[in-house]
Design a protein around this ligand. Structure first.
Ligand code: ATP
Ligand code: MG
Length: 735
């Protein structure tokens, strides 16, 4: 079989260049990954190279699996080749040789939660002010150090006596010590230790150099310093390294990816053959031109332009809906309209900027009976944080809900392990009562550890007070109160950055869900609300058959392709995200992400946005994304971008400030930060110091007068009669 037959001349040239360094630098959809997989097949079958001698690495598990599937489709299964992510390749090597660095064979790999626990212990041990320094602060700094190979000792030398740095240094030092004594590595260690191992032990390095005579790296533009060193060291002996990438698709700089790795490859490897692929096989010329018209606004890039033999194709559709619901319905409608006998649901993908955006699409698709799956993530209502907070609400609604209680009793950590829960449950069974009642028994609680005891008392108090008060509170007030007073939000905030951040986004997005229902019925009760949500969460349009519309983030869509692509949320502050406006090169990275998004489409592309968007419970006018303005207008049909100015723009124009503020100085509002602050402030601001006869107001009952105050209860006379309310929980305000 001629594996290279299907390749074009340049691709073939690249595939046949198996000896010596090779850089394939090319735009999206030009067949980089295909060239690499065909190259592997050719090496194995035609050149008789053993699969054992090949190492192919990439970034995500999905990409690795895809690559393995493609190669196996060509040469047959069971090759047992190392086609892996960086982390898993390093892990495999360390499992065999970790003892050289002083690790036992069965060393543990600590995930972010383990890391956090460890750091918390250290903070306590070193008597550090936990209010001033969060675990995330330390973990972030430690991770950066590891990426740059700065040891705790180096750190001391670099920063000397600076007090703040000294704190970090001490924590870092102890953290390393503890990891070592626990026989554990964190994720960063996997890469770092693999590199260290190679540095320390020549024999081991040589062994792997001789094993992996042929090395290939896909999506090379997203490698960081350590990953780069890892492959560089492995390749040094035989010099057969092939890296594949596109500088325009570097979208992980915020995680330490170093675009220079690709731009300087030629310098690092002598006699590199550079292959540039310029023909795109994926998209119509309209889509290609659109992508180019956006990316050429980036300054820090090598100019290159793709061409295609494919037809011009249909124009890009732009639709600016009234709000985010309309936007989602529009997309669902378009999918219905476009689908026909030869078009599968799986031909459609919705690629969004933020995980929390998925909810509206899930809802709109469900309502239209369109099957979907959320790729590289969970459905909104299946996400852990959403399930957790819903269990809190279930408990408030019904304290006898043991299942809900078990789910959240140690969430956030309250020092109640699984064994303790089992014991408590057994006791409850014997007594014939529910778990919550058992937890209300002072004697039972006092028998727990000191820490658990006080935590549990706080927990039951929060649930009890909201439960007593639930008729008097709006669902949104209960929600905010639970988030704050259960400690759930704070625990997330204390955690290491990325994942926790996205959980917080999802939790804040839940406020939009609640406000939605309250908009329809301002007096909706917790019970009614929970019922409707349960129905919503239960609609199962998940299709295991894979014939389903794909929902995923733009980041995880890297390397994939779909006939029909929707990119929603084309608004400043969402895409480009507001963070882009903080860093100088932030906007360029967002633009590369936009380029990645557009170039996923083979046949047709839709860009959508909303005039008014409710995000994290806050509703605002939006501005059209500046990427829309950069797009070549001739390629677009639908709402003409320049003609139909956004309301936010019109408002700005009418203002006397217009002309005084430069357009570049514009920075979108950080809605997430606002939502978090608002939630906490709101809950903490409920007054407790009222006087008899004082005039107060309540969001549900309106204006009233304080008639009695006893302990934690306050009695207020409203228009609809007297109410006994809980101090500090009731959202009462002085008038
Ligand atoms: P990305 O930058 O998005 O990772 P890529 O450069 O890796 O893209 P591939 O995914 O390898 O591109 O290929 C894009 C599409 O073009 C695929 O559908 C592939 O099958 C097709 N393709 C690649 N090379 C050829 C070729 N020589 N002839 C026909 N189709 C091709
Ligand atoms: Mg690719």
């Amino acid at each position: 079989m001629d594996y290279l037959e299907k390749l074009n001349n340049k691709q073939r040239e690249a595939a046949m260049h198996t000896e010596g360094p090779l850089l394939i630098l090319a735009g999206a959809g030009s067949g980089k990954t295909s060239t690499m997989t065909h190259r592997m097949a050719y090496m194995i079958d035609e050149k008789g190279i053993s699969p054992y001698n090949i190492l192919a690495v990439t970034f995500t598990n999905k990409a690795a699996k895809e690559m393995r599937d493609r190669v196996e489709a060509l040469v047959g299964q069971g090759m047992n080749m190392w086609i892996l992510t960086f982390h898993s390749a390093c892990l495999r090597i360390l499992r065999s040789h970790g003892e050289i660095l002083g690790y036992g064979r069965d060393f543990a790999v600590y995930d972010p939660t383990d890391q956090k626990t460890l750091i918390k212990n250290i903070i306590r041990e070193l008597n550090i002010d936990g209010k001033r320094y969060t675990p995330a602060y330390f973990l972030g700094n430690i991770s950066k150090c590891k990426e740059k190979k700065i040891s705790p000792n180096d750190y001391a030398k670099i920063f000397g006596d600076d007090i703040k740095e000294k704190v970090i240094q001490q924590v870092y030092e102890l953290y390393e010590k503890k990891l070592k004594s626990n026989n554990a590595m964190d994720f960063d260690d996997l890469l770092l230790n693999a590199v260290r191992l190679f540095e320390r032990d020549e024999a081991v390095l040589l062994k792997y150099q001789n094993r992996f005579r042929y090395i290939m790296v896909d999506e090379y533009q997203d490698t960081n310093q350590l990953q780069y060193q890892f492959v560089k060291m492995l390749a040094q002996e035989h010099n057969n390294i092939c890296v594949v990438g596109d500088d325009d698709q570097c979208i992980y700089q915020w995680r330490g990816a170093d675009i220079r790795n690709i731009l300087e490859f030629e310098r690092d490897f002598k006699d590199t053959m550079v292959v540039k692929l310029e023909q795109n096989y994926r998209s119509t010329s309209t889509i290609l031109d659109a992508a180019h018209s956006v990316i050429c606004h980036n300054r820090g890039r090598k100019e290159k332009k793709l061409w295609t033999e494919a037809e011009e194709g249909k124009k890009i559709i732009y639709n600016r809906a009234d709000d985010e619901k309309e936007e989602a319905y529009f997309i669902a409608g378009e999918i219905n309209r476009m689908r026909s006998s030869d078009r599968q649901y799986s031909d459609f993908a919705v690629l969004y900027r933020m995980n929390s955006q998925s909810r509206n699409f899930e809802e709109a698709l469900s309502r239209r009976g369109i099957p979907y799956r959320v790729l590289g993530g969970l459905r909104y209502y299946d996400r852990k944080e959403i399930k957790d907070i819903m269990c809190y609400m279930r408990l408030v609604q019904n304290k006898a809900d043991d299942l809900a209680l078990i789910r959240v009793i140690n969430e956030p950590k309250r020092g109640i392990g699984g064994k303790t829960v089992e014991k408590l449950q057994a006791l409850a069974n014997v007594r014939g009562e529910n778990l919550f009642d058992t937890l209300m028994d002072r004697e039972v609680v006092d028998s727990l550890s000191v820490k658990a005891c006080s935590n549990i008392k706080e927990f039951t108090e929060v649930i009890t007070s909201y439960s007593n008060e639930k008729e008097n509170l709006k669902v949104s007030d209960i929600y905010d109160g639970l988030l704050v007073k259960s400690g759930y939000l704070k625990a997330l905030e204390d955690q290491n950055a990325l994942e926790a951040e996205s959980r917080i986004e999802n939790l804040m997005e839940f406020k939009s869900v609640i406000y939605d229902y309250e908009k329809e019925d301002s007096n909706i009760s917790l019970g009614e609300f929970m019922e409707r949500i349960a129905l919503m969460a239960d609609i199962d349009n998940h299709d295991a058959d894979e014939n389903a519309v794909v929902l995923m983030t733009l980041h995880s869509a890297k390397g994939l392709e779909f006939p029909f692509v929707f990119i929603p949320g084309m608004e400043d502050g969402l895409f480009p995200g507001w963070r882009a406006f903080d860093r100088e090169d932030g906007l360029e990275e967002e633009r590369r992400l936009c380029y990645v998004g557009i170039t996923r489409a083979k046949e047709r592309l839709w860009l959508t946005g909303a005039e008014v968007r409710t995000m994290y419970g806050k509703t605002d006018y939006t501005r059209e994304s500046q990427f829309l303005h950069e797009l070549d207008k001739r390629l677009i049909e639908g709402d003409g971008i320049y003609e139909k100015k956004s309301k936010a723009d019109r408002l700005a124009e009418g203002s006397f400030l217009d002309g005084m503020i430069e357009k570049t100085a514009y920075k979108p509002f950080d809605q997430l930060k606002y939502a978090r602050m608002e939630t906490k402030k709101k809950v903490q601001s409920y007054g407790t110091d009222f006087a008899l006869g004082e005039a107060v107001s309540h969001p549900k009952f309106g204006a009233g007068k304080v008639t009695e105050m006893t302990g934690k209860t306050i009695t207020v006379s409203f228009d609809e009669g007297e109410k006994k309310l809980a101090l500090g929980i009731a959202p009462l305000k002085k008038v």
